[in-house]
Design a protein. Sequence first.
Length: 381
Amino acid sequence: MESAGSLQALPAVLALELSPGEHPRRLTLSRDEAAELAALVADDLHTLVPEVAEARLTLGGAMFDAVELLRPGFPVWATLDELARRVPRGQLGNVVAFGHYEGRMPAQPLEPDPAYADGPMRLLPLSLLAPEESADALSERLEVELVGRGEAGARTADWLMRNFGIRLEHARYLSRNDLLALTCVQYEHVNLAPLWQMLEAAMLTPYRPETALSARGLALRYADGKIWMQSPAQWLATQGGALAERSHALAGAVFELRQYAALLQAHGLSLQLDGGSDIATEHGSGWLTETVAQADPAYGAPTLFAHEAAGLGVAAVTVAQRGAAGLARVLAHGYPLRSSALGPLVTTLADQFGAASDLHALGKIQLDEQGLLGAPAVALH
């Protein structure tokens, strides 16, 4: 529950479960369309919980994915509530809706990102602005009633299918708490409970540090709005096993790093390497690096090596110098989070260490005699 002035906001969603293979024709509604839908939603909610008549219903006429709604500060709901409070109460009664005008929503957070438009569940954000004296009771009633019998009415479901051009399996109302719980279960089901633990801390208790271990045992840490993850190279130093097993384990750790980085970015959070540096670029097409040592003029010129693994492509880039007897001295590791980041990562590392931008492909993950991420003893040509 959020508070501002004499009204408290009770956030919710209208959740649309699409039939298999269905995709909406569009993601936003016009102002008039949003107002039509809001009137139908108001009727549904009043039937479920008559006390909603005491509150002001606000609807955002746009379809979102859960990753767009569940972000620190809950920016979509925060924007919806802020806009609703600007509208004089007597002007539109107890229902207010926001849709697009000439293709643009009234505020950027209400613009859905097409990158997340293909999910099987689409969510339209709602909020009830309730008087302080009745907000707690209304919130408790909604939590109970929406879980038990929150199916949207037939008129509402028909309107949604006609105007978005989709077939629906279900259309139902959920409180934001319900959506949080549902998303938690989904992440736990795919072995990402530690990721959800970090997300939950960032959204619900941003003032409190949190730690966890990923499924493969990489350390995770949340503090002050940021999330750190142990680097695959640092993690590998704590593992045992033969070289082949360690190479396979490192590939798994890099896969997990990429998975966490992509999902956190979708939820509006960046991932950094603990003890390393974050050089992520905009739109998420980034990379992560960690510096191990500075270049030593007593060694050869720094060289860039590409560690490769099946299914990952280039899993890591190592910068190393050749010393006496051809022994490699590692300076840094870089991890491209997606293939498009490899070129910029190579350029950045080459500039940082004064190396040639030639990337020497190893065809495997190269480990040194201690089983750590390294480089060949003799420089490649």
